[in-house]
Design a protein around this ligand. Structure first.
Ligand code: SF4
Length: 296
């Protein structure tokens, strides 16, 4: 283990406060200026293609563990929402995730092929976030190879990611870009999705510093949300559904594509917290061991 990793691990054990100060540095927002200046592009967007996951992590901050009957989205649903989005904006980094995206390989392959054709200019990179438990089918691997913008990010849950090594070999063999994430030995605990009655100041600071609202605006079932926790919390009816806190791409109230673009950019640059932030404790910087499994 490298010196830097050992120090980091030690710090995690001693104090979450020091670790966040030194490593996560939530108060730094290197892309803030760019985010504020871009008019026709989003820096990052998370695209949800399934609610199903091959793991059931107790502390999943996206709330996937709360789905009783998780569903796969269809290719038509996902491609239609992408077409609608691309009618007014392009995306620099599109992250494809679930749940676990390799549970829904047909849709994943269709999305990759869709982004290889006429719409290839609408994204700069496609980052598939996986827990490394499922290998791609032959067809899916072919779709990944056919789109040179594809990258695979392995979340790396140690022994739980039991197909990760084989998958990495497949990536190497087929020249698919990949990274194995292990920048954190612990997760931040966002808490259960209940209203916490924290002070207004805490909620505002939490939203202001929140990594997810800066890097993980989420496209899910035709709507763009500030973060995946808000998206799934609303879907699960655990968090209030306030119409002015997301953008419904298919809302006929948007008169034209400029109107829709302005609404999306407004959400990305939003300064006020969303209601979901009152159901979230990410700014308490409580660390939990990642990937602790619940019974199915
Ligand atoms: S609910 Fe608010 S504070 Fe929590 S992750 Fe989402 S945007 Fe961030």
């Amino acid at each position: 283990m490298g010196m830097k990793k050992s120090i980091k691990k030690c710090l995690f054990k001693i104090s979450s406060g020091y670790t966040d100060l030194l490593y996560r540095r939530p108060y730094l927002d290197k892309e803030a200026k760019l985010r504020r200046s871009l008019e026709g592009e989003l820096l990052h967007l998370d695209l949800v293609i399934t609610e199903c996951c091959s793991l059931k992590c107790r502390d999943c901050s996206n709330l996937m563990q709360y789905y009783q009957k998780p569903e796969n989205l269809t290719s038509d649903e996902v491609i239609n929402e992408l077409k609608k989005l691309f009618s007014c904006l392009r995306v620099r980094e599109l992250k494809v995730l679930g749940g676990e995206p390799f549970v829904n390989q047909k849709v994943l392959s269709d999305v990759l092929r869709f982004l290889t054709g006429d719409y290839s200019g609408y994204v700069d990179s496609i980052n598939i976030i996986t827990n490394g438990t499922i290998l791609p089918s032959e067809d899916c691997l072919e779709a990944m190879i056919s789109n040179p913008k594809t990258k695979v990010s392995f979340s790396n849950y140690g022994e739980l990611s039991n197909r990760q090594d084989e998958f990495v070999e497949l990536c190497k063999k087929n020249n698919i870009d990949y990274q194995v994430t292990d920048d954190s030995f612990y997760w931040l605990d966002f808490g259960r999705p209940i209203e916490y009655n924290e002070s207004e100041e805490f909620v505002r600071r939490q939203y202001k510093n929140c990594y997810n609202r800066k890097n993980c605006n989420t496209l899910y079932r035709g709507r763009i949300y500030a973060c995946p926790r808000q998206a799934h919390g609303i879907r699960l009816v655990l968090i209030p559904d306030s119409k002015d806190e997301f953008v419904d791409l298919f809302d006929p109230g948007y008169t034209d594509k400029d109107d829709l673009r302005r609404a999306i950019i407004g959400l990305v640059r939003r300064k006020e917290p969303v209601s979901a932030c009152r159901y979230c404790l990410n700014c308490k910087y409580i660390h939990v061991k990642r990937g602790i499994q619940e019974k199915r």
